[in-house]
Design a binder for this molecule. Structure first.
Ligand code: FAD
Length: 293
């Protein structure tokens, strides 16, 4: 089943993992993925560093394992900024060889002192290229409830997002956010702009204060005061911070699913135990919500 069809049948629950820096065999990723199978995700997406093709082997290998060993649909991230057209086609061919036909087409972030390849300045150009060259591939795109940090205004960001949809993105996955109202406001703006593809809400449970601070700094995502207080209060107690982070994510998810969100995309940071605990706390909600389809 195509991923877009899935959204017509249920409230989707998907996961994101990142590949190991070195060889896949012997790394922690295989036991992690095997544990994640217990969460019964609808798909698992695999990140790829923006820097070019040097890390794409790990992404292809992990996607292959998910798709063919775990028999769960895999989505490979493809950031185009530092890839040539030829490299993109080569990567898509490697993915097709292992039957991975779902991708998340991204621009990627700029790397200091590294010159972009020049073929894809924005994600919509990559989407258009892939739609033309490989029409059978299903393409997801990224979106930003708090606005992409480079966009001068929401109007500009949403106008660009609409262009990405018109180029052929079938569904969207949001950047992480900590205030659900931000997501509801964004969804309304997207709908007014005529964006009507499924939008999955990206949720990142906090397990590590420094990691969340680094990610929010790079992405420009604001941390609400109450979340900051939680981080400060439990920063020296790993277990308490993990429990509080999971509880916060569960509360966000239950509210989003109750309000009819198309799907939840959990940024697992390769923490299978955290994903399992969140699934255990929310699976009845997903199942009950899916009954109304
Ligand atoms: P774009 O859609 O190109 O948007 C970037 C900015 O340019 C926005 O401000 C937008 O408003 C503007 N814009 C868009 N199109 C145009 C246009 N045609 N003309 C002028 N302005 C335009 N990065 C990685 O390197 N690897 C990953 O695996 C990865 N996974 C991610 C997964 C998710 C779910 C998300 C939300 C992000 C991910 N990222 C990843 C980060 C992403 O690459 C960055 O957020 C990047 O800065 C923007 O990517 P984009 O695809 O949204 O870009």
């Amino acid at each position: 089943m195509k991923l877009t069809e899935l959204f017509k049948t249920k409230t989707v629950f998907s996961l994101e993992v990142f590949p190991p820096k070195n060889e896949m065999s012997g790394s922690e990723i295989i036991p992690t993925l095997e544990k994640l199978r217990g969460v019964s995700p609808d798909f698992i997406s695999v990140t790829l560093g923006a820097g070019g093709t040097e890390h794409s082997k790990g992404t292809v290998e992990v996607a292959d394992f998910i798709q063919n060993k775990l028999k769960i649909p895999a989505v490979a991230h493809v950031p185009g900024l530092y890839l040539t057209k030829k490299q993109v086609l080569n990567l898509l061919d490697q993915l097709a060889e292992v039957h991975v036909n779902n991708i998340l087409a991204l621009r990627g972030d700029y790397i200091a002192d590294k010159k972009p390849a020049g073929d894809f300045c924005h994600a919509n150009e990559l989407v258009e290229f892939i739609k033309k060259e490989r029409p059978g591939i299903s393409i997801a795109g990224a979106c930003y409830p708090d606005k992409h940090r480079e966009a001068a205004s929401f109007v500009e960001d949403i106008t660009c997002l609409k262009r990405k949809i018109d180029s052929g993105s079938d569904h969207l996955i949001t950047q992480l956010f900590f205030d659900n109202q931000t997501f509801y406001d964004f969804k309304e703006k997207a709908e007014i702009a005529g964006i009507n593809v499924p939008i999955e809400a990206g949720i990142m449970p906090c397990t590590n204060k420094r990691q969340i601070e680094r990610i929010t700094k790079v992405s420009g995502v604001p941390i609400p005061q109450k979340y900051k207080k939680m981080l400060d209060k439990y920063q020296d107690n790993k277990e308490a911070l993990k429990d509080a982070g999971i509880a916060y994510a569960v509360e966000q998810i239950v509210d989003l699913v109750s309000q009819g969100v198309d799907g939840i995309h959990l940024y697992t940071m390769n923490h299978a135990e955290v994903a399992q605990r969140i699934w255990d706390e929310t699976k009845t909600v997903f199942k009950a919500a899916s009954k109304s389809f």
